[in-house]
Design a protein around this ligand. Structure first.
Ligand SMILES: C[S@@+](CC[C@H](N)C(=O)[O-])C[C@H]1O[C@@H](n2cnc3c(N)ncnc32)[C@H](O)[C@@H]1O
Length: 116
C-alpha cells in the first residue's frame, strides 16, 4: 500500500485545515513558478505544451491551472500519475467535477518504474 492510501494521511495531506501556513505559501509560490514556466515554454515552442505530473495527489495543481483560462489554453494535455489508489480516486472525482477531462488524464502509476 502506498503511503497516501492511508485514509488519515490523505485527509491531513490535502485538507487546508491541516496544512501549515508555511506549506500553503510554498504551494502558492510553486504555482507562481509553474505558471511562469508554462508561459515561457509555450512561447518558446509556439504551441500549447503537455505536462506530466508525477504524484498528482488530489489534482490540486491541474485544478488551480485550469482556473486561469489564459494559462490552461497553453496546456494541450495534462497527465497526472500517482501510486496511491486513494489519490487516483480523489483526482478523478476532481477532474470530473471541474469538467476538464477532455485534456486531463489520471493514471495509476508507480514513478520508480518510470525508466521502464
Ligand atoms: C505531497 S503529495 C503532492 C500532491 C500534489 N502534487 C500537490 O502538489 O498537491 C505527493 C504525491 O505523490 C504521490 N507519490 C509518492 N510517491 C510516489 C511514487 N513512487 N509514484 C507515484 N506517486 C507517488 C503520493 O501518493 C502523493 O499523492
Amino acid at each position: 500500500m502506498a503511503m497516501y492510501d492511508n485514509d488519515n494521511t490523505v485527509r491531513t495531506s490535502f485538507d487546508l485545515d491541516y496544512i501549515s501556513e508555511y506549506l500553503q505559501q510554498a504551494q502558492w509560490a510553486e504555482l507562481v513558478e509553474l505558471k511562469k514556466l508554462i508561459v515561457e515554454l509555450a512561447a518558446e515552442k509556439g504551441r500549447p505544451i503537455s505536462i506530466l505530473d508525477i504524484g498528482v495527489g488530489n489534482a490540486r495543481v491541474p485544478k488551480r491551472l485550469s482556473g486561469i483560462h489564459e494559462i490552461w489554453e497553453m496546456v494541450s494535455c495534462y497527465d497526472g500519475t500517482d501510486n496511491a489508489k486513494a489519490c487516483i480516486e480523489l483526482a478523478e472525482k476532481e477532474i470530473a467535477s471541474l469538467g476538464i477531462g477532455n485534456k486531463t488524464f489520471i493514471h495509476f502509476f508507480e514513478a520508480t518504474t518510470l525508466d521502464q
